[in-house]
Design a protein. Structure first.
Ligand code: ADP
Ligand code: MG
Length: 379
């Protein structure tokens, strides 16, 4: 097992028009020994390129890759002791599952056939595919094929797993099952893992830590809770969370945030916006509550029932405002609602740089017993 250090990694591609495209822009990132790190970001932000550099499939423009302190930047992929799983896991169609699993071992190790057979059966057992060993890939479901692809990766007991959107070809239900399984498997094996996805929900659910990229640049690295409650910039705030955070611009005067339309919010603590006349304001949908009076007004557009709660979409002077409200609350389309939120839940960003000026300031580490007693009091 290994620590992966990505040190100032830069990857440029020469374009046909003679220009260069910077796919990875000086990324610095350490994946701890045994950690499951998820690299997430929108399509084209440089995730796959980063992973391919770590794998040795792509030559770096500058920077270094180290495994456990050893510089592997110039090592070929096959000398790096990494195993990869891709979205398009190409299994050998003419080989049965047993041969697909054993093939890599046969090539790369000095094991006897009996040892290979034992190892194949051990891995098949681990992945719950023991009864499929005699089948060909075409006779397997998508989920079963993906398991075989995983099996091929883990059979060699590599130091590092690299996975690039390995679940994205599966349907939603299977995908969420496989997420859990993959996490458990990684946890049991303890192999340092970099896992790429464009799906923030998947990232939040799976990662010990999440690294968020945009346009080749690393935006933030942290636990799910850290990137959600304390995003370093507006991009991260917007990318993480579903439904996504409400964001709009406001003018600042005498500690009051104004706009869009009639929106006004008086800050208790005006020091957040000291010396500024304009900010970007963010509020998460679950932090918005409907009130009888006071607060601000918005016009209901749609209410989507989720069963346990409703999503309210309302118009705030041309901006869509999303709120998660109690399932009993069902304002009609066109109806004016009044809403409010606590200052502790408010996010503020610099309108030029996008840097966070304020994120959630509420205590986040409420213990279970405190929570229970608080509920008891209100009942
Ligand atoms: P992601 O995996 O996050 O979707 P990629 O790493 O695949 O993003 O791509 C990052 C950027 O680099 C994109 O603009 C993509 O078009 C470009 N790119 C990737 N591979 C190549 C290549 N071999 N040649 C030229 N441009 C590439
Ligand atoms: Mg990709």
């Amino acid at each position: 097992m290994a620590t992966i250090e990505i040190d100032d990694l830069r990857k440029e591609f020469e374009m046909d028009d003679g220009g260069t495209l910077t796919a990875v822009d000086d990324v610095d990132l350490t994946v701890e020994d045994g950690e499951f790190l998820v690299l997430v970001g929108p399509s084209g932000c440089g995730k796959t390129t980063t992973l391919r550099c770590v794998a040795g499939l792509e030559e770096v423009t500058s920077g270094a890759i180290r495994f456990d302190g050893e510089d592997v930047t110039d090592l070929r992929a096959r000398d790096r002791d990494v195993a990869m799983v891709f979205q398009n896991y190409a299994l050998y169609p003419h080989m049965n599952v047993r041969k697909n699993l054993g093939f890599g071992l046969k090539l790369s190790s000095e094991r006897t056939s009996a040892e290979i057979r034992d190892r194949v059966e051990e891995v098949a057992e681990m992945l719950g595919i023991s009864d499929l060993l005699a089948k060909r890939p075409r006779d397997l479901s998508g989920g079963q094929q993906q398991r075989v692809a995983l099996g091929r990766a883990i059979i060699r007991e590599p130091e590092v797993f690299l996975m690039d959107e390995p679940l994205s070809n599966l349907d939603a239900k299977l995908r969420s099952e496989m997420r859990t399984e993959l996490q458990e498997l990684q946890h049991d094996l303890g192999v340092t893992t970099m896992y790429v996805t464009h799906d923030q929900t998947e990232a939040m659910a799976m990662g010990d830590r999440i690294a968020i990229m945009n346009e080749g640049e690393l935006q933030q690295v942290g636990t799910a809770e850290e990137v959600y409650t304390a995003p370093e910039n507006e991009f991260v705030a917007k990318f993480i969370g579903s439904p996504s955070i409400n964001l709009f611009s406001a003018d600042v005067a005498d500690g009051v945030l104004r706009g869009p339309g009639e929106f006004a919010y008086a800050l208790d603590d005006a020091s957040w916006v000291e010396g500024r006349d304009r900010v970007r304001v963010g509020v998460r949908p679950e932090d918005i509550r409907l009130v009888e009076s006071g607060g601000n007004a918005a016009e209901t557009a749609v209410v989507e029932p989720m069963g346990n709660e409703n999503f309210l979409y309302a118009d705030l002077a041309g901006h869509e405002l999303t709120a998660r409200i109690a399932s009993q609350l069902r304002p009609a389309p066109g109806e004016t609602v009044r809403f409010d939120f606590d200052e502790t839940a408010l996010y503020l960003f610099d309108p030029e740089t996008g840097d966070a000026l304020k994120t959630k300031t509420a205590a986040t580490d409420v213990s279970v017993s405190e929570h229970v007693s608080a509920e008891g009091e209100s009942a």
